[in-house]
Design a protein around this ligand. Structure first.
Ligand code: N01
Length: 503
């Protein structure tokens, strides 16, 4: 499982292509590099932020890191023998992406602080018109959305929130100017961001109140540092790094089958093992507190139903006398802090919302108008779908990276990006060799794929059973890929021209 760049035949007339990519995060950068590799030079990336990196630019909260092994959370053709730890922190990943941009000379193609507002398919010209909030317009034969799945912060409005006049901010909009040392801080939410932030800020603050609505499964992460001799070994013998990476990949796949299959007996064993590890980490001075925490911090839903949030120090944080787990529902805010539903008043100096992202809103980053004036967000409603997560009927020459049904809860999203990038490139290759101007996925192909996806989702622990950002309000998981990664690689290995209509 070396490189996903298996389709190496060149693109016909690359100089006739004009490509617009929205987003200069991991996905957009990966796509841009591939276009460059095959000789397409006329491409631009429109990026709303002032710099590259997407999620790794925005999320700078203390403790931000990736839960996927660093050597697997890297492009297969741009490995980094020198990752400092098993799981890298946000800054190291962002630096890696910067090196990627410099190495492949992508920066001149990126237009920063440019927010795409509308894309319109121009049937006569068979081109996309891309409009930005800044009033600019671009035309493209090929349009690629790489906006990411989790970029619109979800900020619930609490009763009487305005009364709290002290700092309040979301983890994805971290306010560096707010000093937390010596303060009474409240963190609302215990998903991946909350778990990482809580463990990291606990040592600084005077009092920490963690408002937990639902506990997370928190297995040990074992974030060991990479010894220098191992890094040097990987530099000298790159095949060892590839081998190590392949082992990580296969381990992830085995875990996926063992743990996330709904009827798997292995899952119960793993759940018991993880719960025991979590309980062992709870040692309160006060025996009552210990008993309470040992119940409260252990989830009562199947492992994998929500995102698993590994950490080496989150559970232990609650052993500190100044860290308090608040399970009572939040009733309202007041000028001093938060009042809970059972009448407790918690005085706070800062409130941090670790309340996650609005995944549906994230998918509607701009107003996409396809053939016959159809609006993508209206077609999608509360359940976005796309063929292979990439193409949608009625939207010719338009492709999505990390689209619906291709998120992962257990493995590296960069794997999915590489599969999608290669698939899109192969589609473009087929379009160019057809001599036609546009290609659109057939509705029957799209609908057949969606039915297959739903059938497979029934077999997965994250298909139903608890409320997570994976699902919409009706409980349909439209966000994750339900099968193993080898299946996705196989399905996106090449673009089948019979799946598309050419005009
Ligand atoms: O968000 P979440 P996140 N009142 O939606 C709670 C990726 N990621 O930012 O579970 C009180 O998981 C909510 O409670 P509940 C990763 O894919 C990756 O933490 O709905 N509480 C939950 O506890 C991840 O899955 C890394 O009952 C409220 C929390 O807020 C995704 O981002 C690191 C509430 C939201 O958790 C999102 O993670 C960080 C309310 N009104 C993030 N509303 C890696 O390391 C919400 N909550 C790869």
């Amino acid at each position: 499982i070396r490189s996903w760049a298996v389709l190496e035949s060149p693109i016909k007339n690359p100089d006739q292509l004009k490509v617009v990519i929205v987003g200069a995060g991991v996905a957009g950068l990966g796509m841009a590099r591939k276009f460059k590799e095959v000789g397409v030079e006329d491409f631009i990336l429109l990026e709303k932020n002032p710099d590259i990196g997407g999620t790794w630019f925005l999320n700078i909260y203390p403790g931000v890191a990736c839960d996927i092994f660093s050597h697997f959370y890297s492009f297969s053709y741009f490995l980094n023998a020198k990752w400092s730890k098993a799981y890298s922190e946000g800054e190291e990943i962002w630096n890696y992406l910067n090196r990627f941009v410099e190495e492949f000379q992508l920066r001149p193609h990126i237009h920063f602080k440019t927010v795409v507002s509308e894309t319109i398919w121009q049937e006569d010209e068979k081109k996309w018109l891309v409009r930005t909030k800044e009033g600019k317009e671009y035309q493209a034969n090929i349009f690629i959305s790489a906006v990411g799945a989790l970029h619109t912060p979800s900020k619930p409005h609490f009763k009487n929130q305005e009364a709290f006049q002290k700092p309040i901010f979301h983890t994805a909009e971290w306010d560096k100017s707010v000093e937390l040392s010596g303060k009474r801080v409240g963190v609302i939410g215990t998903g991946a961001s909350g778990v990482q932030a809580v463990a990291n800020i606990a040592g600084k603050v005077k009092e920490l109140y963690v408002f937990q609505r639902t506990a997370s499964w928190v297995p040990a992460r074992m974030n060991f540092a990479h010894w220098d001799w191992i890094k040097n070994c990987f530099v000298t013998f790159p095949f060892l790094l590839r081998l190590y990476r392949d082992i990580l990949f296969l381990t992830n796949e085995v875990i996926f089958h063992g743990v996330f299959t709904i009827s798997s007996p292995i899952r119960h064993l793993v759940e018991n093992f993880v719960a025991r590890g979590m309980r062992q980490n709870i040692r309160e001075e006060n025996e009552d507190d210990e008993v309470l925490l040992k119940t409260a911090l252990i989830p009562n839903y199947p492992l994998g139903c929500k995102r698993v949030t590994p950490s080496d120090d989150y559970i232990q944080t609650f052993n500190q006398p100044h860290v308090h787990l608040i399970q009572d529902r939040i009733d309202c805010f007041n000028e001093n802090g938060i009042a809970t539903s059972n009448g407790k008043n918690i005085d706070l100096d800062v409130i941090i919302l670790a309340t996650g992202f609005d995944v549906l809103q994230s998918s509607r980053a701009f107003h996409g108008i396809g053939k016959g004036g159809q609006i993508l967000s209206e077609v999608w409603g509360d359940c976005p779908r796309a063929y292979l997560g990439i193409s949608h009927p009625g939207f010719p020459n338009s492709f999505i990276l990390l689209g619906p049904g291709t998120g992962l809860g257990h493995s590296s999203i960069i794997f999915m990006i590489e599969c999608q990038v290669n698939y899109i490139l192969d589609c473009v290759r087929k379009l160019q060799s057809s001599g036609r101007k546009s290609m659109t996925v057939k509705k029957s192909v799209h609908d057949g794929f969606v039915a297959w996806l739903d059938k497979n989702m029934k077999n997965r622990v994250f298909g139903s059973g608890c409320v997570a950002w994976y699902q919409n309000a009706k409980g349909v998981n439209w966000t994750l890929w339900p099968k193993d990664l080898i299946t996705y690689w196989f399905r996106t290995y090449s673009c089948d021209r019979t799946d598309y209509e050419f005009e």
